[in-house]
Write a protein that binds this ligand. Structure first.
Ligand code: PFF
Length: 452
């Protein structure tokens, strides 16, 4: 087995590298593109409140479990789960959770790359002045022109997938530490600038705040709850081993709880700020918040086109969105490629190529679902909506559920207790959340949606 290749020769230099890498995985299209559009489609405040509760009560404890398992196991998620099942004298069927994760990561990467491809296209379009001085209608029309062309979408999807593949094949560990130190702060600064713009110039800031925070209980449908639960997993990158794979590199002496708290807070703050930027600007353009996937692209393109130095800021924004998507997509590929190297001694480059090629092929379905196949529905959903629903709303929560049950019920208490290194009270809270609250939340919402 290529153990030396895959087990880190060193851990990351300090805690902040883990925070940056985990934040790099968590912060991406989920915060900037998906959260606002899902809040828009699901009525705003009720969805946001449910999402925040799921992050705190379900996502954070499972993220802690993932980091603890990764740091303890020091192998790819699939191997870690099987090895720990063995040492805990549990059924080897626990290895199945690894396969659920593989389905999640393949499905997510397939559509993620298509949407990130849009961001790459908009980056180039902004910097080259294509969107200078256009009306909201023209912004809408140019988005439509992009999505109606399978060829153009495939080109940008391919560009993004190749970039992801190159970075993973070269080894995530190299380069990540230094590049994330620049990318993440730049993204924060630009978001603060855009937030300032939204507060001062949208003229609809409070309307946006109300939309995001006003709670209407009638919006809290079973479907909205499932969407919020799924999005909590998606946004934190938990439920498929991505965070577990990074946990391998976390120094032993660092506190998992406080590190996870920082990552989850950053992730949530960025999603809320993205909402506070996008909704007021959407209202200021006379647009509807429930447009769906085009929300960020159309609204912000229209806004940047009329803003002073808008093409520059727009280019910068979409560039940072593309890079944030890239630091997320590499974390989707990493766990499986590490496992292939570990289990079958397959070279990173070969494993990465095979994996990205499969995800790219599956992504063609998402490309087509915006044009040629837009009327081909499966249970009322397009191909893109089906793949998104299957991964974010079913396999991620299911994977997360298994991780929570494994860490809190199956694994030896002493092992996980030592790894988490919490006070006894803190440990008991974590264990109650993983043992009871997370499984109940997932099961109740699944039952309500699929059997109710
Ligand atoms: N958390 C990422 C985002 O919000 O864009 C998406 C993601 C990355 C989901 C990695 C799952 C994952 F394992």
């Amino acid at each position: 087995m290529g153990d030396q290749q895959v087990v880190p020769a060193r851990t990351w230099t300090h805690r902040w590298t883990f925070v940056l890498a985990a934040a790099g995985s968590a912060i991406g299209l989920g915060n900037l593109w998906k959260f606002p559009y899902m809040a828009g489609v699901n009525g705003g405040g009720a969805f946001v409140l449910a999402y925040l509760c799921f992050i705190a009560a379900v996502g954070v404890p499972i993220m802690m479990a993932e980091v603890a398992l990764g740091r303890h196991g020091r192998h790819s998620p699939i191997t870690t789960m099987s090895e720990l099942a063995k040492t805990s004298q549990a059924s080897r069927w626990w290895g199945v959770s690894g396969w659920i994760s593989a389905v999640s990561s393949m499905c997510i990467l397939s559509f993620y790359s298509v949407i990130a491809g849009w961001a790459v296209y908009y980056t180039i379009g902004m910097f080259s002045g294509t969107f200078d001085h256009i009306t909201p209608e023209q912004a809408d029309a140019s988005f439509e022109a992009l999505t109606l062309s399978p060829l153009r979408m495939t080109v940008w999807h391919s560009v993004f997938m190749v970039l992801t593949g190159i970075i993973v094949a070269r080894g995530v560990h190299k380069g990540l530490e230094s590049s994330l130190r620049i990318i993440m702060p730049s993204l924060f600064v630009l978001l603060v600038v855009l937030l300032g713009y939204s507060v001062m110039y949208s003229g609809h800031f409070m309307e946006g705040v109300r939309f995001l925070l006003e709670f209407h209980p009638e919006d809290l449908t079973g479907q909205a709850l499932l969407a919020a639960l799924g999005h909590a997993f998606f946004s934190l990158s938990v439920g498929m081993g991505a965070i577990m794979a990074y946990g391998v590199y976390m120094p032993k002496k660092e506190s998992i709880a406080s590190t996870v708290a920082v990552v989850a807070s950053l992730d949530t703050a960025i999603a809320l700020v993205a909402g506070l930027i996008i909704f007021p600007l959407t209202f200021s353009q006379g647009m509807e918040p429930n447009q769906g996937p085009e929300l960020m692209f159309v609204t912000l393109t229209a806004v940047f086109s009329s803003m002073p130095a808008g093409q520059f800021f727009g280019g910068l924004f979409f560039l940072l969105v593309s890079i944030a998507a890239l630091t997320s997509s590499i974390s989707m590929v990493e766990p499986l490629v590490t496992w292939l190297a570990e289990r079958f001694a397959i070279k990173r480059a070969v494993g990465t190529t095979a994996y990205c090629l499969l995800a790219w092929l599956l992504g063609l379905g998402t490309v087509m679902s915006f044009n040629e196949w837009s009327d081909k529905l499966f249970l009322g959903r397009t191909f893109f909506e089906t793949v998104d629903f299957l991964s974010a709303n079913i396999t991620l929560p299911l994977g997360g559920l298994l991780i929570a049950i494994f860490a809190s019920w199956v694994m030896k208490r002493s092992l996980i207790y030592k790894e988490l290194n919490l006070s006894t009270g803190g440990f008991n809270v974590w264990r109650a959340l993983c043992r009871v609250v997370a499984p109940l939340a997932v099961l109740v919402i699944f039952t309500e949606n699929f059997l109710g």
